[in-house]
Design a protein around this ligand. Structure first.
Ligand code: KG4
Ligand code: ZN
Length: 339
């Protein structure tokens, strides 16, 4: 018998609902982005975001069911992001999920947002071989996990300051590129020479699998200020963007490859919004191939926030019988995994 799960994601600035069958078949994947709404503020305004989720959540769920050509009674479970994220935003999705679960008397499944990102890879390849070495790079996280079986996440390293996506957004802002920074910076970098500007890379010691991007961000700011003092911009925006993108990519790829050497995974998986970055994807694939390792990366639409990934992660929790009580609460800074 097949299992049809409704996924709901409202942790940040996308109101999303999806229907996924048996953890891999995407019957619907609806994403209402609030990007235009927040663009004039230069970033996500939490209170504005939660109000927008409130307006969007019911129509988005209705649209997902319509696209999947099913009704509420065809659902076997509802999976929802329970954290981490913006508290007021998470609550909107959780309340919708609880209501549906209670009204239909079907299981409620709480999903960790990063677990969702990771599971986007199971929508690409259902039988990914374990163990997986997973790099999750988003606006709020830069985490490296070793996953030896479903639901078991060993944290190998994480950022000590800025997340990779956060660094992209901040540098895009100082370069005057606008919001959201990641995709705009990638576009600006296309015409640039990544070697034109020397920017620092933080490795934090030989064995460390942790990351740090705040020094790089500061280096870009300092560089720009110095040029201004010297009488105007000499370096092109494209060169600076390309140099920054390469510096981030070099560190991410070097750390993943050094972890791969240590832990000998069967596959490398990339996930999270920054995984939509073509330069990073190609660089990691290239370096991994040299070591005879394959990399799985979701298509960009499944890298950034969506609910199909939540429904997929929810499916594996459902199989393990990990149902949440209707008293489930959201946790803004929910951790994932173990040391
Ligand atoms: O996973 P996500 O959609 O939301 C969070 O969970 O944070 O990630 C959003 C982050 C933002 O920082 C955005 O700038 C970054 O992912 N991002 C990118 C690209 N597309 C999105 N960064 C670099 N290159 C991209 N193409
Ligand atoms: Zn995310």
């Amino acid at each position: 018998m097949s299992v049809t799960i409704l996924g709901i994601e409202t942790s940040c600035d996308e109101t999303a609902a999806a229907v996924v069958t048996d953890g891999w078949r995407i019957d619907a994947n609806v994403i209402a982005s609030q990007v235009d709404l927040h663009a004039r503020f230069g970033g996500v305004v939490p209170e504005v975001a939660s109000r927008q989720h409130l307006e969007g959540i019911n129509p988005v769920i209705a649209e997902a069911l319509a696209q999947a050509r099913i009704g509420f009674t065809d659902l076997d479970a509802v999976a929802v992001t329970m954290g981490p994220g913006l508290a007021g935003c998470l609550l909107v999705g959780l309340m919708a999920a609880k209501t549906i679960a209670m009204a239909l008397d079907i299981p409620l499944v709480g999903v960790h947002h990063l677990e969702g990102h990771l599971y986007a890879n199971f929508l690409v390849e259902r039988d990914l071989p374990f163990s997986l070495l997973a790099l999750i790079v988003s606006g709020g996280h830069t985490d490296l996990f070793l996953v030896e079986r479903h639901g078991d996440y060993r944290l190998l390293g994480r950022t000590r300051d800025d997340a990779a996506g956060e660094a992209f957004d901040k540098v895009a802002r100082v370069l005057g590129l606008g919001y959201p920074g990641g995709p705009l910076l990638e576009k600006a970098a296309q015409e640039g020479d990544p070697e034109a500007v020397a920017l620092p890379r933080a490795y934090l010691g030989e064995d460390s699998l942790d990351f740090s991007f705040s020094g790089l961000k500061t280096a870009v700011v300092t560089y720009l200020e110095k040029e201004k003092r010297a009488g105007g911009a000499v370096t092109s925006l494209a060169d600076l963007a390309a140099g920054f993108q390469k510096a981030v990519t070099d560190v991410l790829v070097d750390k993943v490859m050094s972890a791969a050497e240590r832990f000998q995974p069967a596959r490398i998986v990339l996930a999270g919004g920054v995984a939509a970055n073509g330069f990073l994807r190609r660089a990691l694939e290239h370096r991994a191939a040299e070591q005879g390792l394959a990399v799985t990366v979701p298509p960009p639409i499944l890298c950034t926030d969506n609910a199909a990934m939540v429904a997929c992660a929810g499916y594996y929790r459902y199989l393990r019988g990990e149902f949440a009580p209707l008293t489930l609460n959201t946790t803004a800074n929910l951790p994932l995994g173990h040391a």
